[in-house]
Structure formats: structure tokens, C-alpha cells
Design a protein around this ligand. Structure first.
Ligand code: GCB
Length: 603
């Protein structure tokens, strides 16, 4: 069990949250001297910066944008007198990639992993009815023992530089909402649900973990606020008659209110809106509420102008509107768990989410995602550093599943993106990763990982672990692009025929396929990078998908253009978006709208 509660901070009869979003102080610490020089006692000559946001794209100075190393954030937080006798936390949606939190100069906690929450219990060090200084020492260096994987290089001029093994910009900082949270001394620490549907009724099994001994009750309210089920005890079953299940693109959310009681006195109350649905893989079908579904949608990124990977509520709204407009029903949180607010929105919109842990870059070489298709032997998983990497990976899986398990939208876990699987050394690593997810998830959702181009039926030693086989394929882009596209289609079909011959009786998904396309470029006849070629490429892929009945979904790469490290392969970022980075449609968006709006649910 995790040390801290992962429950989303909400107000209730007994709980309080105060947003700490706004302008914070920031100061870079290139010599890592801050801690020794006691910067935790107050930052001098600091700049001001918005939270939540990545720091990189606010500045006009390239040394700041590319800054790699330690940096500090600081703000003053007023803690009300009335909160005395309760527990007080500062909760960061994330601190990328690792952080140490200080309150009033005292070190409170630290956390590794930049895409999951960090909770600092400041109860003991809070001065009530006064301002308290919260300082955070963040570090954004990449290593091969942490996820996502990469390296940090030192240039001849002494400056550090991030070398990601992955294809997205190494944005960092306090990128998600920060909240001051008060809960009672005895509080609801964790809450888990699992659903079964029987005819028109549902049975929800639940379990509650609290920090004390008082009795627990759980009640369920419908969207009109009517109580539809009630049960007492830390574990139990709630029966909901004439249930309205959560459906694909037709959401319905019940409110679950978990209470700790002392007679009629409510010691703590925690509420969560939860959709009731089942997910299963049966033969080669993905079933939601026992009915097959075909996934249509995107691999995404949390990425936008100026704020980088910072959570942006307006961008979130726009993204869902664009996705709905195309007729999509799903997305993958490539390549890291997203802000919790995005899953709440997906719950509300009835979107299906493949929730991916930040296990990306698990190839030896730099620009690994490119080298991956060359078949180069690397044996990433038999290095001295592998045990440490595995430990961090397993911890991130535990945090992700604990955080996201109750979301109806989460229908599968993606446990790695494009790892090296051609060497047998990957097998024991995969075994542990897949077992961990199975053990932790009471709903036993399907597990998957995205297979890189060289992970083929004859070369991949790990596909057997996946309940859903997810392929990232770029026939017609990274290989046999342009006028060779007819050969690409032939090679693509050959691979799919080989999968078919294996007779795996499992659903296949395309979690990536795409072609870089400049929104400015038109050319007749097509050339690579033109909008015309993107369409030609997509139509070729869809012809292949439509030929195999075990293919149960297509998530194109990418929803929108996004920022990457600079280099000869990228023109100021990855341009495979169906939308531009400003969320305006390329021609392909209209094509998807036509295709997806006409595909039946169980295509
Ligand atoms: C991939 C990676 C993704 C890249 C994409 C690309 O296979 O999973 O992170 O952005 O290819 O465009 O090359």
C-alpha cells in the first residue's frame, strides 16, 4: 500500500481544499547549492512564474528554455485557525520529474516520477492562522533508471542538457494544479469499486480504507440526488436496481458518498462521481457492458503553446470538442498518466481511455524510437541499471492504478510504450510489470503495451503478456514512404497475415499510425509532408485495418502537432497531428469525421 492517499482532493462536509494555483516564485539552481545555502528559508532574487505550467516556453532565453538540473518554486500559504486538530496537506498534481518539499524551511517529503501526484503532509510543521512558506526543489534530469528514460549530458560550456530517449519535449515544473487540503485526523484513505451487471441491475463491490477504527457507510446517489443504494462496513456490495450504466459517449455518473461515522456524527465524508460499467476482453473482442466496441480515436499528449505540458482547462475543453467532432470515442494517455481533471472529463463525456504509465524510451540508443525500426540489438533490460528501473516502474504503476482505478473511462492499462522486446532479457521484466497491474486492479482491466515496428510476430518475445495487442505501425512513413506506398501496404498486409496465422484470439489495436504533415503544405500529386500525402497514407492504413476482423480499434498518431526536442527529424516538433498545435483541423480531420461517424459501435 502507498504511503499517501491518492484520492482526489474535494470539498465535503468534513474536507476543505484551497487552490494554490497562481504566480509562484521560481529560481534556477544550476550548481545544486540551494539546499546547502538554505534556499528553503526563502528565495532571494527569484522570478515569478505561473503554476500550473511548464516553465520552458515563457522565456525568450534559450538557456532557460533548455534548462536541465535543479530549480526551486516557492509560495506562501495561509492555513486557517479552524483547521487545527485536522490533517493538512499540500498536494501537487505532479512535480516533474522529482521533487523535495519543504515547509517553513523543514524538509517534509520527496517524490520520484513526474506524472503522478505528490502529497506533503505538513500537519506537524504548519503555523495555523498564519502564512507558511512552501518551497519545492524540483529536478528535471533524465536517467536510464527513471521513467521516462533518457540521459543528461554536460556540454563543453558546463551547461546540462536533456537527451530524451523519447519523442516529446522534456517539459517540467509544477505542471498540474496544486491544492492545500484539510481532512480530519481519522479520514477515508482509499476507496475502490468493482462492477457487475445483472439484467437491469448492478452490483458494486467496494472496499474502504480509513486511518481509524470507526464504522464506515457508503451511499450511492443518482444524478437527481436520490439515494439508490446504501451499505455499511469497510467492504460490501451495493445493489442498484434499474441501473443506468455508463456507456460509450453516453455517460451517467452516480455519486458515491463514503462516510466514517461516530453514531450520527460524520467524522469524514469523501465523495466521488463514478460511472458503472464492465470491461472485458472475450476472444478478440473488447466488451463494454457486455457489448463489443471498436475504438476510434487518438494517441494524445498534454501539450500546448506557451504552457507546454501545463494543465490548461481551456485546452482540455477544446480537445474534447475536437475529438467529439471527429466521431472519436477514445484516446490513449501517451506517454504518461495525464492530469486527473482529464479523466474526470472523459468520465463525463463517455470516452474510453487507455491509461499509460510513463514507461517510454526503453531502448538503448538515443532517438530510440527511430532506431527501434532498424532491428539493432540493444538488450535494454539486462543492464546493471535494470533492477532500479523496474522498481521505479512498478511504483509508478501502483500510483497510477491507485489514482485512476475508479474511473469508468479507464478501460485498459498500457504498461510500456515501444520497449525493446526482441531480446529474451525483456521477458522477466515484463512478467513482473504485467503481474503487478493484474494484482493491483480489482477490476482486472485488460493490460497492454505498444509494440514498436521491429516487435513482430517472429521477433517479439513479450506479446503473450498483453490482453490486447497494441501496434504502433508506420508503414508508408518511416519505411517505404512516398511513391513506395504500394510496397508499404504489401509489407503491412504481410505482417498482419503473420499475426493472423498465430491465431492469438485476442483483440488488436493500432495505438499509433501517422504521417508528419505541414498544415501549410499542399501538393498535387502528393509528396510526403503534404496534406494530400497524409490522406493517402491514412486511407492505405484504413484499407489494411478494414481487411482484418481481429482489429478492434484505431488510434491515430497524433491528435495534434506537439513539441519535441529540436533535430533533423522534426520541424519544430512532431507534425503528425490531425489538428494543428492550435487545435485547428488539417484536411485529415474532415476525413476522420466522415469515417468515424459512419462506423458502427462494434465495427
Ligand atoms: C512512436 C512513438 C511516439 C512518436 C512517434 C513518431 O513510435 O511512440 O512517441 O512520437 O512514434 O511520430 O515517430
Amino acid at each position: 500500500m502507498l504511503e499517501n492517499s491518492m484520492l482526489y482532493p474535494r470539498n465535503s462536509k468534513t474536507r476543505r481544499t484551497v487552490s494554490l494555483d497562481g504566480m509562484w516564485k521560481i529560481k534556477f539552481d544550476p550548481d545544486s547549492e540551494g539546499r546547502e545555502k538554505r534556499w528553503q528559508d526563502g528565495l532571494k532574487d527569484a522570478d515569478l512564474i505561473p503554476v500550473p505550467a511548464s516553465f520552458a516556453d515563457f522565456y525568450t532565453d534559450k538557456d532557460i528554455r533548455e534548462y536541465t538540473g535543479d530549480f526551486w518554486y516557492e509560495t506562501d500559504v495561509f492555513v486557517p485557525e479552524e483547521w487545527k486538530g485536522n490533517k493538512v496537506f499540500v498536494r501537487f498534481g505532479c512535480a516533474t520529474h522529482r521533487a523535495v518539499v519543504f515547509v517553513n524551511g523543514k524538509e517534509i517529503t520527496s517524490h520520484e516520477g513526474g506524472f503522478l501526484p505528490l502529497l506533503a503532509d505538513i500537519t506537524e510543521n504548519t503555523r495555523f492562522n498564519e502564512f507558511n512558506r512552501v518551497s519545492v526543489l524540483v529536478n528535471n534530469e533524465l536517467t536510464v533508471t527513471n521513467i521516462p528514460c533518457g540521459e543528461t549530458r554536460v556540454l563543453k560550456n558546463g551547461k546540462k542538457m536533456s537527451k530524451p530517449y523519447f519523442d516529446f519535449y522534456n517539459y517540467s515544473g509544477l505542471q498540474r494544479p496544486v491544492k492545500l487540503v484539510m481532512v480530519p485526523e481519522e479520514y477515508v484513505f482509499d476507496f475502490t469499486v468493482d462492477h457487475k451487471l445483472f439484467g437491469s441491475d448492478a452490483e458494486v463491490s467496494y472496499s474502504v480504507v480509513t486511518t481509524g477504527k470507526h464504522p464506515v457507510e457508503v451511499r450511492v446517489l443518482d444524478e437527481e440526488g436520490r439515494e439508490v443504494a446504501l451499505s455499511s462496513g469497510r467492504e460490501g456490495k451495493l445493489v442498484i436496481k434499474n441501473v443506468r450504466p455508463w456507456e460509450v459517449l453516453d455517460s451517467y455518473l452516480y455519486t458515491f458518498a463514503v462516510r466514517i461515522l461516530d453514531g450520527s456524527r460524520i467524522i469524514d465524508e469523501y465523495t466521488e462521481e463514478i460511472g458503472i460499467r464492465t470491461v472485458e476482453v472475450v476472444h478478440d473482442s473488447i466488451l463494454i457492458n457486455q457489448k463489443p466496441v471498436y475504438l476510434k480515436g487518438f494517441g494524445k499528449h498534454e501539450d500546448s503553446d506557451i504552457v507546454g505540458r501545463g494543465f490548461n482547462i481551456g485546452m482540455m475543453k477544446r480537445d474534447f470538442e475536437c475529438m467529439k467532432w471527429t466521431g472519436a470515442n477514445s484516446f490513449r494517455t501517451s506517454h504518461y498518466p495525464y492530469s486527473e481533471e482529464i479523466y474526470q472529463m472523459a468520465d463525463r463525456e463517455g470516452f474510453l481511455v487507455i491509461d499509460e504509465v510513463a514507461a517510454v524510451g526503453m531502448f538503448e540508443s538515443l532517438m530510440n524510437f527511430m532506431e527501434a525500426s532498424t532491428g539493432k540489438k540493444t538488450a535494454f533490460f539486462e543492464k546493471e541499471t535494470t533492477p532500479q528501473l523496474l522498481e521505479n516502474h512498478l511504483k509508478a504503476i501502483e500510483e497510477m492504478i491507485t489514482r485512476d482505478k475508479n474511473h469508468a473511462c479507464v478501460i485498459a492499462w498500457s504498461l510500456l510504450n515501444e520497449p525493446e522486446t526482441t531480446d529474451k532479457a525483456a521477458v522477466p521484466y515484463f512478467e513482473k510489470v504485467f503481474a503487478k497491474a493484474h494484482e493491483l486492479d480489482v477490476q482486472k482491466r485488460p493490460r497492454t503495451f505498444a509494440l514498436v515496428m521491429n516487435s513482430l510476430p517472429g521477433t517479439c518475445s513479450c506479446y503473450q503478456f498483453a490482453d490486447i495487442i497494441s501496434l504502433n505501425r508506420y508503414y508508408g512513413w518511416y519505411m517505404m514512404g512516398g511513391y513506395e506506398i504500394s510496397d508499404a501496404e504489401e509489407a503491412f498486409r504481410r505482417e498482419m497475415d503473420e499475426w493472423k496465422e498465430l491465431g492469438l484470439d485476442r483483440p488488436f489495436l493500432f495505438t499509433e499510425y501517422g504521417a508528419d504533415t505541414s498544415a501549410m503544405e499542399h501538393k498535387l500529386p502528393s509528396v510526403m509532408w503534404s496534406q494530400e500525402y497524409q490522406m493517402e497514407y491514412l486511407k492505405m492504413c484504413h484499407r489494411v485495418f478494414d481487411s482484418y476482423s481481429f482489429i478492434k480499434g484505431e488510434q491515430v498518431w497524433n491528435f495534434a502537432d506537439f513539441q519535441t526536442t529540436e533535430g533533423i527529424m522534426r520541424v519544430n516538433g512532431n507534425k503528425k497531428g490531425i489538428f494543428t498545435r492550435q487545435r485547428q483541423p488539417k484536411d485529415a480531420a474532415w476525413y476522420f469525421r466522415e469515417r468515424w461517424k459512419s462506423l458502427p459501435r462494434d465495427y
